[in-house]
Each structure stands twice: as structure tokens, then as C-alpha cells.
Design a protein around this ligand. Structure first.
Ligand SMILES: [Fe+2]
Length: 401
């Protein structure tokens, strides 16, 4: 249900494998074996190692090592740092350091050329498939700082939007969280959202930038979890522009403009929620692939399909997958929908069902608890460094621990 996919591996994903370090050890028999044992005990694989006598101190050897960005790397490097001298992380995997760096990952990322799956309502509609590709192609060449291409939607597409919009709008006051309803009202008041027009991403992105600094970036299709989450680190959400098939306004197996604008945007206009989403993005930068998979699951069960209670103990939807599907928004709050208490270490083990009604939902007593639990989970990040976001320059700094 999101522009986050599991089906493609991007160039940035393949570049996440290696970390280069250097350290020095006393020129004594067995010292290197002990250092290697530290790496082995934390299941960190080594690709390359070389050594040379320290030029200034013949009692020491200097080592240069390329190791795998996997296993319990943070613990391994922590142990090595204590065991050695002159320990230094020389390079970490590439990831965007500035919002404009997102341009560098676009060409490798999208799967817009992929044919629709057989369960897509537009699968046998050649006209729909042609139009979907046409709209997707407009997003493909987008670069940071440009205007987002305006799409001239057809009457038929506007009619689909109208059906989705009117089908959902009456459900929101009772089923959606208050942050969502508050910002939706604002979008309606500013005539950004009406039943009669599909909002343009450029206008909505400007609205968001004024509210929370969040912005939309057009996406022609599914994006790898790593690249999708990396954009969130810069308060940027990849957003599709094409619309679901007219035959099923209550359902789409893939993200479409209804999902993005009705599901995500009102919450990205909330400062606390924006920070929550950005924190997931920041935790993803340079993280090992396995941790990215786990973070994507946490994102799925919160930002996409989460439920929390409000002050009066009433359960409300805050996940965009729920807020953009009338069918699922009705279902998720019923007693027949299975609920589990939110636990990131459990959620990360689950498998996603992108094209079906979710078999269960993770719920929590409040947004504060969801945030707390994700913050604690972020501390289990195995990367051996931290990042710090600078709002004024829209860039991140790497901090070595
Ligand atoms: Fe989504």
C-alpha cells in the first residue's frame, strides 16, 4: 500500500556491504588472532586485511580491514576499539547526506516499468495500463528543487478520486485520529482538497513545507525499503501520481495518489508525527540490510497500518493504508479485526501482505508510547555510528561513537 516495495534491489542497496577500519596492535605473536576472534564472535565477516609496521613505532603494527556491514558490527567494533590503539572508522556505506543527494539514487530505484500483477483491478485494462505508465513517466525525471510536474487528470480519473474521497470523508471523524482530522480540515479549508479535483503534488508539497518542512517527491512506482526510508530522513515522502482503477475505488494493491494524499499527507502535516517518521528514516541511513528490513516492518505496522488510543480510550486509525481504504478503515476498528499490542521487536519479524486486508493490526495506548517504543528500538541499530540531522541545511552529519 505504500511506495515502499520489497521487489527491487537498488544500487544503493548493493553499496551497503562494506565498512573500512584501521587500528594498531602491539608487535607480538597472537595479537591479530585475538582481534580477529572479536570480529568472529560478533559474526562480522572480513573481506580484506593488510598490515604494515608502524613507521614511528616499531613496537606496533598498523592494520587496514574491510569488513561486512552485518552481524553485531557495533559491538564488534566497540570490542576492537578497546583492544587496539589508533582505532578509526575510515569509511561507511554511502547514503544521502543532503536532501539533494536523493537525486543520486533515483535512476536505480524505481520499478515503474514492471507490469501489473494479476490481482491488480486494472490488469486486463490496456487503456488503464497505458495511462498509468504515462503518468509514472512524468515523475521519473524529477530532480530536487524542480516543480513537481502537474498532471492533467481525465474526467474518469477525477471521478475515481471523487468516489474514493466521498467514500472516506464520512468515516474520518469517528475512525481517524485527531491529528489527521485537524489537518484534513485545514486542507479542505484552503480548498487544497475537494471532491471535484485531484490535488496536484506541487500544491500539497508546498502546504506541507509550510506546516512541518515535509515535502513530496514524485515517484513512478515501488521503491526499495532502503531508498524509501532514506528519503524520510530528509522529511521527504516518495509519492505516486497515478490513480487506482475505477472499478475498485475502495481497494488498490499498490500506492496511488489517493493513498498518498488521503492516507499520508494529513499526518505529515503534524509536527510530532513528521518527527516520528523522520526518526525512522534517520535510523535507516547506512544501516545493514537486515536492520533495514526490520525498520521497514516497523514502518509498515505503524505509519501504514497503526492504531492508537486517544484520551477517551477510543481506538483510532493513524496508518495511511487504513486511512486511504474505506473498506479497511471500517474493518480495522471492528472486534473481528485481530489486534496485538505494538512491539517493534515482534512487528519486525512479521511478513507484510501488501495486496490484502491485513490479518491483524498493532495497537498502542497512545502515540507517546509508540514513539517511546520506536526510540528504544532504534537503540538496537547495529551500525557503528550515529547521524544527526541539521534542519537549517537539510543535511545529516555522521557521528562516530
Ligand atoms: Fe504508504
Amino acid at each position: 500500500m505504500d511506495a515502499i516495495g520489497n521487489t527491487c534491489r537498488s544500487e544503493t542497496e548493493t553499496n551497503q556491504k562494506k565498512i573500512e577500519i584501521s587500528f594498531s596492535l602491539p608487535n607480538k605473536v597472537g595479537q591479530l588472532a585475538k582481534a580477529l576472534e572479536i570480529m568472529k564472535s560478533h559474526q562480522v565477516n572480513l573481506y580484506h586485511i593488510n598490515s604494515k609496521l608502524n613507521r614511528e613505532n616499531s613496537e606496533e603494527f598498523d592494520f587496514f580491514v574491510i569488513c561486512d556491514n552485518s552481524g553485531r558490527l557495533k559491538e564488534a567494533l566497540g570490542g576492537l576499539k578497546q583492544f587496539s590503539t589508533n582505532f578509526e572508522i575510515i569509511s561507511v556505506p554511502w547514503f544521502p547526506k543532503h536532501i539533494s543527494d536523493l537525486d543520486k539514487i533515483v535512476p536505480y530505484t524505481f520499478t515503474c516499468e514492471k507490469e501489473l500483477e494479476a490481482d491488480h483491478p486494472g490488469f486486463t485494462d490496456a487503456e488503464y495500463k497505458k495511462r498509468r505508465k504515462e503518468v509514472a513517466a512524468m515523475s521519473r525525471s524529477y530532480k530536487y528543487g524542480q516543480y513537481i510536474p502537474r498532471v492533467e487528470y481525465t474526467e474518469e480519473e477525477i471521478n475515481t478520486w471523487r468516489n474514493v474521497y466521498t467514500g472516506l470523508i464520512d468515516l474520518y471523524p469517528k475512525n481517524a485520529c485527531k491529528q489527521f482530522n485537524c489537518n484534513l480540515k485545514l486542507l479542505q479549508k484552503q480548498r487544497c482538497y475537494t471532491a471535484d479535483n485531484i490535488p496536484q503534488l506541487e500544491d500539497v508539497s508546498k502546504f506541507l513545507q509550510k506546516r512541518t518542512g515535509f515535502r513530496l517527491r514524485p515517484a513512478p512506482g515501488l521503491i526499495s525499503p532502503r531508498d524509501f526510508l532514506a528519503a524520510l530522513a530528509f522529511r521527504t515522502s516518495y509519492t505516486t501520481q497515478y490513480i487506482r482503477h475505477r472499478s475498485k475505488p475502495e481497494y488498490t494493491p499498490e500506492p496511488d495518489i489517493c493513498h498518498e494524499l488521503l492516507g499520508h499527507v494529513p499526518l505529515f502535516a503534524d509536527e510530532e508525527f513528521s518527527q516520528f517518521a523522520q526518526d525512522i528514516g534517520l535510523a535507516s541511513l547506512g544501516a545493514p540490510s537486515e536492520y533495514i528490513r526490520k525498520l521497514a516492518m516497523c514502518y509498515w505496522f505503524t505509519v501504514e497500518f497503526g492504531l492508537w488510543k486517544e484520551e477517551n480510550d477510543e481506538l483510532k486509525a493513524y496508518g495511511a493504508g487504513l486511512l486511504s481504504s474505506a473498506q479497511e478503515l471500517r474493518h480495522c476498528l471492528t472486534d473481528s479485526a485481530e489486534k496485538k499490542t505494538f512491539d517493534p521487536s515482534e512487528a519486525c519479524k512479521e511478513k507484510i501482505e501488501p495486496s490484502k486486508i491485513q490479518p491483524y493490526y498493532f495497537v498502542e495506548d497512545s502515540f507517546d508510547i509508540v514513539k517511546e517504543k520506536m526510540r528504544a528500538y532504534a537503540k538496537t541499530n547495529p551500525r557503528p555510528f550515529d547521524v544527526c540531522y541539521d534542519k537549517s541545511t537539510q543535511s545529516v552529519k555522521v557521528i562516530y561513537q
